[in-house]
Design a protein around this ligand. Structure first.
Ligand code: T4K
Length: 393
């Protein structure tokens, strides 16, 4: 592995990059290829490719068992699953969401002409601050969408108390939180429903995919209708639905991934602990920690770069990327600074000081089964070198 001792050794200054292939955030976890190909062969033999086929049914049953939730309705992606859940709950007018999230959370509302009202986050958890939520409620508010960012649960109980006090619906965007617990209960069981993403970049993936989980029988029925054009049996349409169905091949990828879930988790945890141990010794960097009393998927390695670090967050990202370590600035600059929100609500940022601070400090580093221990040790060593020497003096 390349040695970095002086600033001339950095790729950003013209030296050879540390890695000849890019290290990505979000490289897919794959599971047993042979098992997947076996499923794929069976799909071809059956000539049943979509529309609630046997793989989808098996996946939904296994997901329900794993999460201890009554209904798992798998869908074609997390964004459509969010849109359908929002519609099934009858949300309208204004809905309170964090700005510090992937833009799909806000778009799923705006797409349906519902106003996403951005509330600030708690800087310690990076999730919605329930008191900030309370401050954004108006007579037009119908619901709250909490986001379990990085797989760490929102303050579920406090958000539920605010929702109950004002008669609002509460649902969660749990795109990051598959197979994680809150108070030892699997995320999937909180609020009216919880929405997952099974995108390729997620801890557990179905190439593209998503899911709504709920314990509410009537809501589950409504979600299934909406997901399948409103069909209630052959030729009987009783609702203006859309097409949110998952394909059999995606479900096969899910079944393959479920078989290897504990291996994915073990690798992620080992990587997290290696990063954590190394970064703890670097002043100016703080790793976002997972509560070891809970089950976590350790999908994201999130670092806050404080003013004590000799480089700005952006300088650090540029240096890492030049070495082919493709660190990301998730979720900078916040949804409220993206279109159409920036133009529609130009003053939203005034209410979001913590969102601004966190979004300007965070970098996300590569992890997952495509990463190995020696690469992680190199990244940690590089961060330490960058902290110790002022390369820009
Ligand atoms: N809510 C939240 C809180 C979310 O985070 C997301 C999605 C959603 C809702 C919506 O769920 P979906 O509709 O996506 O199911 C990525 C993902 O596209 C997105 O799914 C994810 N969140 C978000 C956090 O990350 P980008 O723009 O960062 O993706 P991209 O294409 O840059 O991919 C990241 C890295 O992964 C790349 O550098 C390369 C690597 N990669 C990617 C793919 C697709 C691979 O190595 N192989 C691959 O197949 O958004």
């Amino acid at each position: 592995m390349k040695q970095i001792r002086t600033k001339a050794d950095l790729a950003i200054n013209g030296a050879t990059p540390a890695f000849d292939q890019p290290l990505h955030v979000g490289r897919p976890n794959m599971g047993d290829r042979e098992k997947f190909l076996q499923y794929a062969n069976e799909i071809f033999d059956r000539r049943w490719f979509s529309n609630n086929g046997p793989c989808v049914k098996e996946l939904e049953k296994k997901l329900s068992d794993h999460l201890g939730v009554k209904h798992c309705i798998v869908m074609c992606n997390g964004t459509i699953a969010l849109e359908i859940a929002i519609r099934a709950l009858g949300l309208k007018g204004e809905v309170i969401v964090p700005s510090y999230t992937f833009v799909a959370t806000a778009h799923a509302l705006q797409w349906q002409e519902i106003t996403p009202v951005f509330a600030d986050i708690d800087p310690n958890t990076h999730t919605l601050d329930p008191e900030a939520v309370r401050g954004m409620i108006t007579p037009r508010t119908t619901g709250i969408v909490g986001v379990h960012l990085w797989g760490r649960p929102c303050n579920v109980e406090a958000l539920q108390a605010v929702a109950d006090e004002y008669g609002l619906q509460l649902m969660f965007d749990a795109a990051h939180a598959f197979s994680c617990t809150h108070n030892s209960k699997m995320i999937a069981n909180f609020g009216r429903c919880e929405v997952f993403s099974f995108h390729a970049t997620k801890f557990f993936n179905t190439f593209e995919g998503g899911m709504v989980a709920t314990n509410d029988d009537d809501l589950a029925k409504q979600l299934r209708l909406m997901q399948n054009f409103g069909f209630s049996g052959a030729d009987n349409v009783i609702y203006p639905g859309t097409n949110g169905k998952m394909t059999e091949l995606s479900a096969a990828m899910g079944l393959t991934g479920l078989n290897s879930l504990e291996e994915f988790l073990e690798v992620n945890k080992k990587h997290y602990l290696n990063y954590k141990q190394g970064i703890a010794a670097i002043s100016g960097l703080n790793i976002v920690e997972y509560d070891e009393a809970e089950r976590n998927n350790y999908q994201y390695i999130v670092i806050e770069v404080s003013d004590d670090f000799p480089l700005s967050r952006d300088q650090l990202v540029d240096i890492l990327q030049a070495e082919n370590i493709l660190a990301r600035k998730y979720f900078w600059p916040g949804c409220h600074n993206m279109e159409p929100y920036r133009s529609l609500y130009p003053h939203a940022g005034l209410m979001l000081p913590e969102t601004k601070k966190v979004a300007e400090q965070v970098i996300v580093l590569p992890t997952g089964t495509a990463m190995d221990e020696s690469s992680i040790k190199f990244i940690v060593k590089l961060l330490k070198t960058l902290a110790d020497i002022n390369f820009f003096s």
